[in-house]
Design a binder for this molecule. Structure first.
Ligand code: NDP
Ligand code: 2IT
Length: 444
């Protein structure tokens, strides 16, 4: 297998899907050498079978707004690979959603899920519907309309969706309610459900907490204490909020947050009280992060991301390609020594290269943000058992999983000079497990 050849063939067959090409390229380059030690993989054309999703559903969604006007949106579900378990992955509601983005996310999800040690395949779905400025009733009607199509493709042992950008507890509730009505069954077909109907404790916290647990493991390899370290966080949604919560608990100092309109920089640190304000602002009022700057009198920069500010550690937690090569160089110049990705693919290839050339600690999303889907997997187990575990039990399992992923990255990613290439480690460990499972199951 030559990674350039595979990639150029995928680009020819699936043009104009830049995010998908980007995610595939990163994995191909990491695994090329190991893959080529297995001639049986090449004979079975395993690489194309793992890069191209098993199937994709796409459909029109029609819904009515509060004024009685009718709208259409596109809905999708990409079922990438179910070699190691049912398709599993979130739903994204954002105006930017298209097939390229969902294909990259489903591809990444397959290898991320493989790293978690739990039996989950990879998938992703969503719609170009924008929840911004919509009323609760509009969001509910949209979710119900979306589910009238999606429900026939999912199930507790087939495909289990969850949240992602624009889909939190409220949306999962509406989606699950309609699924249950149409499927005429109460099963664990969604994760991230409310605690009163089968949700797991710690699932809302899991991605942010998990990312900080992973960061702690990386810091341990350099004997660095997280206490007092200034952390640049982007985003202000689910992942960013619980990243800040864990950082504060451990004595670190989150100093920034962002949304699609700009970022705030609070050099005194985001405290527990300020974080409670952010949670309310974002979850209850759907407000803008600029309001934080007005309330607490700190700096707000519109139409920008926080990467030119000074800090010790960066935890990008908004969206893909939010750190470009220039941003990465600036971060390194300013003394950042660790980057741990809460978002999926937030760093461009140029940014990753800048971090790795500077030999700083750099963890890709598929390792560092795997805590969210891990606790989703634990929610599936609890639903199958018809039991709920205590928060401490779930949190301890989450810690163990993040430590295990870190160990695997070190095992497969340590280079000759001792530098841990976490991208390579995560890709090799994640890929090999799926590859072996596909090979064992024959040509299907
Ligand atoms: P939320 O919808 O809760 O928050 C998303 C945040 O990112 C918001 O602050 C949003 O700003 C900002 N954002 C979204 N899109 C853009 C954009 N195009 N440009 C700039 N800012 C943007 O989503 P999550 O916190 O759940 O997800 C954040 C990231 O983490 C995503 O990459 C997601 O795939 C990833 N992730 C999430 C997991 C989960 O369990 N939820 C698990 C693993 C990864 P605004 O309010 O203005 O839209
Ligand atoms: O990107 C991700 O891992 C998620 N959005 C969570 C997926 C899940 O099924 O919990």
């Amino acid at each position: 297998m030559k990674s350039e050849q595979v990639l150029s063939e995928l680009k020819r067959r699936f043009p104009n899907e830049s995010e998908y090409h980007q995610a595939v390229q990163e994995v191909l380059e990491s695994i090329e050498d190991v893959y080529n030690q297995h001639p049986e993989f090449e004979k079975a054309n395993l690489i194309e079978r793992l890069c191209i999703p098993d199937r994709i559903f796409s459909f029109r969604i029609t819904w009515v707004d509060d004024k009685g006007n009718t709208h259409t949106n596109m809905g999708y579900r990409v079922q990438h690979c179910n070699a190691i378990g049912p398709y599993k992955g979130g739903l994204r509601l954002h105006a930017s959603v298209n097939l390229s983005i969902l294909k990259f996310l489903a591809f990444e999800q397959t290898f991320k899920n493989s790293l978690t040690t739990l039996p989950m395949g990879g998938g992703k779905g969503g719609s170009d519907f924008s929840p911004k400025g919509k009323s609760n009733a509009e969001i509910m009607r949209f979710c119900q309309a979306f589910m009238t199509e999606l429900w026939r493709h999912i199930g507790p042992d087939t495909d289990v969706p969850a949240g992602d950008i624009g889909v939190g507890g409220r949306e999962v509730g509406y989606l699950f309610g309609m699924y249950k009505k149409l499927a005429r069954e109460f099963t664990g077909t969604f994760t991230g459900k409310g605690l009163t109907f089968g949700g797991s404790l710690i699932r809302p916290e899991a991605t942010g907490y998990g990312n900080v647990y992973f960061l702690l493991e990386m810091l341990k390899t350099k004997n660095i204490d997280i206490k007092g370290k200034k952390c640049l966080v982007s985003g202000s949604g689910n992942v960013a909020q619980y990243t800040c919560e864990k950082l504060i608990e451990l004595g670190a100092i989150p100093v920034s947050l962002s949304d699609s309109n700009g970022y705030i920089y609070d050099p005194e640190g985001i405290t527990t009280e300020k974080l409670e304000y952010v949670k309310e602002l974002k979850e209850l009022y759907r407000g803008r992060i600029s309001e934080y700057a007005e309330t607490y009198g700190c700096k707000y920069v519109p139409n920008a991301r926080p990467w030119s500010e000074k800090g010790d550690i960066a935890l990008p937690s908004a969206t893909q390609n939010e750190i470009n090569g220039e941003d990465a160089k600036k971060l390194v110049e300013n003394g950042i020594f660790a980057v741990s990705e809460g978002a999926n693919m937030p760093s461009t290839p140029e940014a990753i290269e800048a971090f790795q050339q500077a030999k700083i600690l750099y963890a890709p999303g598929k390792a560092a943000n795997a805590g969210g889907v891990s606790v989703s997997g634990l929610e599936m187990t609890q639903n199958s058992e018809r039991l709920s575990w205590a928060a401490e039990e779930v949190d301890n399992k989450l810690k163990w999983i993040m430590q295990n992923i870190h160990e695997n990255c070190v095992k497969y990613g340590t280079e000759a000079d001792g530098y841990v290439n976490y991208v390579k480690g995560a890709n090799i460990a994640g890929f090999m497990k799926v590859a072996k499972a596909v090979m064992a199951q024959g040509i299907i």
